[in-house]
Design a protein around this ligand. Structure first.
Ligand SMILES: *Cc1c(COP(=O)(O)O)cnc(C)c1O
Length: 427
């Protein structure tokens, strides 16, 4: 597989290089030089999830890694179920939260961990990542206990739920966590700065596990195939798919699936009040505002880092950008959507509720669709219980971290402080 840097197209790298580098020169994103088109998609859709995923990822990676290596990576990474649950006559929920940390990020993080474990080389690597919630847990869990990888996770102090925090800050061992006294965009900015610092980048063999890493995006392509495979058992048409979006990695993966030949009618990019993309699609101005804190905090992102890849796919495929629908869902609409879904007998959390509402708003009379349920409702128990007056039981994965101690250090959003901390802890 060959990828190029969207900012400096002359920089070309293999998958293994892109996996280890994360970002290219000038923080440019890596993008595939070529998008493979699959033949016989209907036959592929008939296969079980893991078998099909080997073929889907093989189309990208077998030429570089060999199909056997791809098969082994897929088998180790995708060892948990997913499901498509009908919610009403028009909408089904693709539940992506049945993995070890109860969020869809387990797919990408586990695949990336397996890739680095297999392809990373002998010297220890440092994973540095910023999280607005679920990435931290998924990455920490996926890498926990691996010999040759240390992880440092930055997150905005006080801006994620206590349970979310406990899922990745209580592990210890090779997992180091930093609460940054600011917002998620500041955490992301610090991570970007660290990648430009030679002492850190080269000295600690830095790697990012954010959704900018191409391995995570490739892994996420697979569940779109599963969604359509299950949908096709009931319906002839191609579904509309609504994606609850923050950094837009999830949507990027969906678009890549469609570009490979998956029958998807169109995508809806659903955001919360951090509506940079819906405003851009409507008015043509890229005008990020200050990040706003919402109930769907994993989507509190004003400057989505994967957006250049979204545009690159539309350009490569010669699809007009008007085919992408952007919808921003307010806090009160999120609340109504949670209530409505609850009334339909479906327990959601704010991120899924946003996608469900965006889908309902956008479907035309003859369309049906799928919304992505990206987190287990219990992961957002505080919000869900408050909004619905429920008292959700915690699944075992959450119950056992509740009493554990948070091991994070707190730092100001200051690069010098972070650098000193990293070199002393990891150097
Ligand atoms: C990360 C996350 C999202 C946003 O996904 P992106 O790929 O960043 O757009 C949505 N929902 C949940 C629960 C998440 O953790």
């Amino acid at each position: 597989m060959e990828l190029y840097n969207l900012k400096h197209p002359a920089q070309r790298v293999s998958f293994t290089e892109a996996l280890k580098l994360g970002l290219g020169m000038d923080r440019g994103l890596f993008f595939p030089s070529y998008i493979p088109r699959l033949q016989n998609v209907d036959d592929l859709l008939a296969l079980p999830f893991v078998e099909r995923s080997k073929r889907v990822l093989g189309a990208w990676l077998a030429s570089e890694l060999g199909q056997e290596t791809v098969d082994a990576l897929v088998e180790k990474a995708f060892n948990f179920p997913l499901s498509l649950v009908p919610v009403d006559e028009k909408r089904s929920s693709l539940e992506l939260f049945h993995g070890p940390t109860l969020a869809f990020k387990d797919f990408g993080a586990r695949f990336m961990a397996q890739c680095l474990n297999t392809l990373g080389g002998k010297a220890p690597l440092t994973i540095l990542t910023a999280t607005s919630g679920d990435t931290g847990a998924a990455v920490a869990d996926a890498f926990y206990g691996l010999d040759n990888v240390r992880v440092m996770v930055l997150y905005p102090k006080g801006k994620i739920s206590e349970l979310q925090e406990k899922m990745f800050t209580t592990l210890g061992n090779n997992i180091h966590t930093v609460a940054v006294a600011s917002d998620f965009d500041a955490c992301q900015a610090l991570v970007k700065q660290a990648f430009e610092d030679h002492d850190i980048r080269d000295g600690l063999r830095l790697n990012s596990a954010n959704s900018i890493n191409i391995s995570r995006l490739l892994a996420q392509i697979c569940y779109y195939f599963e969604a359509v495979a299950r949908y096709r058992q009931q319906h002839q048409d191609a579904p509309v798919i609504a994606v609850p979006s923050g950094n837009f990695g999830n949507l990027t993966a969906g678009l890549l699936a469609k570009a490979m030949g998956l029958p998807v009618k169109r995508f809806i990019a659903a955001t919360n009040s951090n509506d940079t993309v819906p405003r851009y699609l409507a008015f043509g101005d890229w005008a990020p505002k200050q990040t706003i804190a919402t109930m769907s905090n994993a989507m509190d992102v004003a400057e989505p880092s994967n957006w250049p890849r979204v545009e690159a796919i539309f350009k490569e495929m010669k699809w007009p950008l008007t085919e992408l629908t952007g919808v921003a869902i307010s806090e009160s609409q999120t609340h109504q959507s949670l209530l409505e879904l609850h009334g339909l007998g479906y327990q959601a959390e704010p991120h899924a509720a946003i996608a469900a509402r965006a889908l309902a708003v956008c479907l035309t009379e003859n369309e049906r669709g799928i919304f992505l349920a990206t987190a287990h409702p219990a992961k957002f128990k505080d919000v869900v219980d408050r909004e619905l007056g429920t008292s959700l039981a915690l699944p075992p994965a959450l119950e056992h971290v509740k009493e554990k101690e948070v091991l994070s250090v707190t730092l100001a959003a200051d690069f010098a402080a972070l650098k000193a901390h990293m070199l002393s802890v990891l150097g």
